[in-house]
Design a protein around this ligand. Structure first.
Ligand code: PEP
Ligand code: MG
Length: 372
């Protein structure tokens, strides 16, 4: 009904007028970025680059990760570079003038590598027919076997992948920098930010950051266009939260990854737990709502507050956001307001709710049950 639409629009305007939290979107395609903008997003808080490596690009990714000769790896990276440049150029165009936080690759390895059983079956079938198995299959099975992990979510992910696979970070950063140059030359105002995932130790960030700065300088030099992007990190491991003061020395911004932070604080698998025992836990009242939906203030929230305090003590004015699912949950948005965050980032469809709740928190923040 038009009356309701008007009332919502009025409420949103009112909320926007009073809220202190900015609201960004999690988006990783130009279409999602454009949709997010229509919903009122003030930037992209999380552009996940994982999906950009699936589909037809999978072969290149296998080659990049598994190659044991550097020429093959370099070829894969060379082929990925222009594709990534176009990915980023599209998103920066859709969000022109607003910040776009691009996260370096963070897939659990099992989502990328070919399935061992499938390969083994193919090889066995060929042998049973008396044929010679495809040597590529045999080689691949070997390589995948070497990289197999029982717990991929706790394995070679995030910054670890960047530190272990030569050339990966340089390729992604070059693609970002070249997309920025392309936009600037076209008269746009790209505001790319580079985010390092799954950091647990400042040393990881320091090494990764040096590589990022080196490539930004290289592209600036080559093109004659000065490219500077803030470099920040996700805070999504308890150790990152507990050493946030040190990490802040190497980070221009923090973004809480509360999905992983919830998983690693509770020791619950974010992929398996819901089916396994959550309903029993809800029935028994061990928690009122899933901690993956509503931020657990006492545990995970405590880590958030520690990281905010220590991060800002080390680097006054440090920009801090959240980009886990909790960024679009009203109760959690309220918490992030009181914890002093600068922005929440959520899926495009949750933006209006986040805007309203951020406004409500600014107006009535002290009247809620939230306690420090
Ligand atoms: C998170 O862990 O909260 C996060 C935003 O990263 P992802 O969900 O991609 O692991
Ligand atoms: Mg994460």
């Amino acid at each position: 009904a038009p009356g309701v639409v008007d009332a919502v629009a009025r409420a949103l305007r009112h909320a926007d007028g009073v809220r202190r939290l900015q609201v960004r979107a999690n988006a990783d395609t130009p279409e999602d970025a454009a949709r997010a903008r229509r919903f009122g997003a003030q930037g992209i808080g999380l552009c996940r680059t994982e999906h950009m490596f699936l589909g037809e690009r999978r072969k290149l990714v296998e080659q990049m990760i598994l190659a044991h000769d550097e020429t093959a790896r370099a070829q894969a990276l060379d082929a990925l570079l222009p594709l990534q440049r176009e990915d980023f150029a599209g998103i920066l165009a859709a969000m022109d003038g607003l910040p776009v936080t691009i996260r370096l690759l963070d897939p659990p390895l099992h989502e990328f590598l070919p399935d061992r059983t499938g390969l083994a079956v193919r090889i066995a079938t060929a042998e049973a027919r008396g044929e010679r198995p495809d040597p590529h299959d045999t080689e691949l099975l070997d390589a995948v076997g070497r990289m197999h992990e029982e717990n991929p979510m706790l394995g070679l992910r995030g910054v670890r992948l960047g530190l272990v696979v030569p050339g990966l970070v340089a390729m992604q950063v070059r693609a970002i920098a070249e997309a920025v140059v392309q936009r600037i030359r076209a008269g746009g105002s790209p505001k790319a930010e580079i985010m390092v995932p799954l950091v647990g130790a400042v040393e990881e960030l320091r090494i990764e950051r040096e590589e990022v700065e080196r490539v930004l300088a290289e592209v600036s030099e080559e093109t004659g266009v000065a490219v500077s992007c803030p470099v920040g990190t996700m805070i999504e491991l308890p150790r990152a939260a507990l050493t946030a003061g040190k990490i802040a020395e190497q980070a221009e911004f923090f973004s809480f990854g509360t999905n992983d932070l919830t998983q690693t604080t509770w020791g619950f698998s974010r992929d398996d737990v819901e089916a396994a025992f959550f309903s029993a836990y809800l029935d028994k009242g061990i928690f009122a709502t899933s901690p993956f939906e509503t931020l657990d203030r006492d545990g995970v929230g405590r880590l958030v507050r520690i990281a905010v305090d220590e991060g800002r003590a080390a680097r006054p004015g440090l920009k801090i956001g959240v980009c886990g699912e909790h960024g679009g949950d009203p109760d959690s948005v309220h918490f992030f307001h009181t914890a002093g965050l600068d922005y929440v980032s959520c899926s495009p469809f949750r933006i209006p709710v986040a805007r309203l709740e951020a406004g409500r928190a600014a107006l009535y923040g002290t009247e809620t049950s939230d306690s420090r």
